[in-house]
Design a protein around this ligand. Structure first.
Ligand code: NAD
Length: 491
């Protein structure tokens, strides 16, 4: 079981932990200190195929799919309870692997528990319909699992985003192969062990850490893979869709964002500032739905900008395990460099840095991948810093005079994940929400979701949806059965 002292993690295939076929191991380091956290077996294409084989066999030979859904419901509920009992160990592991403040990691694990509970409740409700048809016939549908479903997860919420799709796939009776991000595989492996303890049959949940290009593509491009759920960047998503399309395999894509926040003159500025601060500095801005573009009415701009600046400057930045830390490091040096490059782009395009814009001056933090909470103002709309996803703690502020102008600016992006708006006026709230090109809109609220609410992007932010009562749909296909009842026998 995951413990803090443990430092070696393996692949999890067919209910067993084993090194990769190549024997390759990688050392993962703490983003806050550069110190080693653990080593992990790094899978190859052969391991991907072994995991698909194990999953396929378990799907056909175990009774996971054929059993009464109530059994799957119980197993998922047990898994939720086991995870809740070990929540602190999992949260600390996530913090050491990703860098996020412990308070946030605890929130992530609580969310995973809730997700498992929610989908446990749906496992025995995968229902078909009866359909009236002419003549002495009986027409009905049954819902069936697909077989092996593949799930590819990113590094920003490692366990949460993996389980968000793994839980409904399991609830519907599929067997699963999960590839966590190569930087953050630890909680996924620890989770697979818990699944075994919860009574999920061997081979039904497999985890293969490894690179996207090798393990990820080998999983997608294999006849045993019957569906792909990918959460990650807008660069990789279309590649996955292309590979899956060749075999007519359905995909769900949860991709990036460039979330707008519209603040109207009647907004509660105190609450708005706090929510905007959370929306861009939470998880050090490494959020697909980050509130990264603030569009504020010109009449309230100085007052709001001043509040946000004070929030940014007051945040306690440091190692996620330290008490009271509110923002941790970025996940890697590469990511920190990328974020700072965008600040330079904004500057050279004529934007101003209101606060932050560099590495924190604190010498204690010099070994970690820290970036200051940063606010940029008046970056021209055509700048790459306004158009592209930065995936770091960088807010770009612009102002508007008329609502139409704000809506046009909000929609002027290739993305469409989450949009936020702040107003006390009901008519403005609903009419603007309708006109925003986004899969999700929050009104007077920070980026927030629940396992029971659909999570989806439009435009370049994705395809399909996750969460909510319909989240089992992609994992339980419909079969229509038409029966001719013959003529009634005469007695
Ligand atoms: P990424 O696209 O680089 O990687 C995501 C996953 O795909 C990783 O497991 C990676 O190893 C794998 N991968 C990479 N190349 C692959 C390939 N050719 N074939 C198969 N798999 C491959 O993304 P990331 O850097 O890990 O995560 C950050 C991105 O994820 C951001 O763009 C963010 O917005 C997005 N994201 C979206 C959501 C959402 O729900 N919409 C949630 C979180 C993150």
């Amino acid at each position: 079981m995951a413990s803090e002292a443990e430092t070696a993690y393996e692949l999890f295939i067919g209910g067993r932990e084993a090194p990769s076929a190549s024997g390759e191991r990688r050392t993962l380091t703490d983003p806050a200190t550069g110190e080693p956290v653990a080593t992990v077996s790094f899978g190859s294409r052969d391991d991907a195929r072994a995991a698909l084989e194990a999953a396929d066999r378990a799907f056909r030979e175990s009774n996971w799919a054929s059993d009464d859904g109530a059994r799957r419901a119980r197993a998922l509920a047990k898994l939720a309870a086991l995870l809740e009992a070990r929540a602190e160990v999992f949260a600390r592991l996530e913090t050491r692997n990703v860098g996020k403040p412990l308070r946030e990691a605890r929130g992530d694990i609580a969310y995973v528990v809730r997700t498992l509970e929610y989908f446990s409740g749906l496992a025995d409700k995968v229902e078909g319909e009866t359909i009236p048809v002419p003549g002495p016939r009986f027409d009905y549908t049954v819902r069936e699992p697909l077989g092996v479903t593949v799930h590819i997860a990113p590094w920003n919420y490692p366990l949460l985003l993996a389980v968000r799709s793994v839980a409904p796939a399991l609830a519907a009776g599929n067997s699963v192969v999960l590839k966590p991000a190569s930087l953050t595989p630890l909680t996924a492996v620890a989770f697979a062990r818990l699944a075994r303890e919860a009574g999920i049959p061997d081979g039904i949940l497999n985890v293969v850490p490894g690179s996207g290009r090798d393990v990820g593509e080998a999983l997608v491009d294999d006849p045993r893979c019957r569906s792909v759920t990918f959460t990650g960047s807008g660069e990789v998503g279309p590649r996955i869709a292309e590979l899956a399309a060749r075999r007519l395999v359905p995909v769900t894509l949860e991709l990036g964002g460039k979330g707008p926040v519209l603040v109207f003159p009647d907004a509660d500025l105190e609450r708005a500032a706090k929510a905007i601060g959370y929306g861009i500095f939470g998880n050090a801005g490494q959020m697909c739905w980050a509130a990264s573009r603030l569009l504020v009415h010109e009449s309230i701009r100085p007052a709001l900008l001043d509040r946000i600046r004070r929030i940014a400057e007051g945040l306690k930045v440091g190692p996620g395990l330290e008490d009271g830390v509110e923002m941790g490091p970025l996940v890697s040096q590469e990511q920190a460099d990328r974020v700072l490059d965008y600040v330079e782009i904004a500057r050279s395009d004529g934007g101003t840095v209101v606060t932050g814009g560099g590495r924190p001056p604190d010498a204690r933090l010099s070994a970690g991948h820290f970036v200051q909470p940063t606010v940029l103002a008046d970056v021209p709309p055509g700048s790459r810093a306004v158009r592209e996803e930065i995936f770091g703690p960088v807010l770009a502020v612009a102002s508007f005079a008329e609502p139409d102008e704000a809506i046009a600016a909000a929609n002027a992006t290739t993305y469409g994940l989450l949009a936020a708006l702040w107003t006390r006026d009901l008519a403005t709230a609903h009419s603007v929400a309708r006109r925003l090109e986004a899969g999700m809109v929050v009104v007077n609220e920070a980026p927030t979701t629940f396992p029971q609410s659909p999570f989806a992007g439009v435009k370049g932010s994705g395809l399909g949806f996750e969460q909510g009562a319909r989240a089992l749909e992609p994992y339980a296909r419909r079969k229509n059965v038409l029966v001719h009842l013959g003529s009634p026998k005469r007695s």
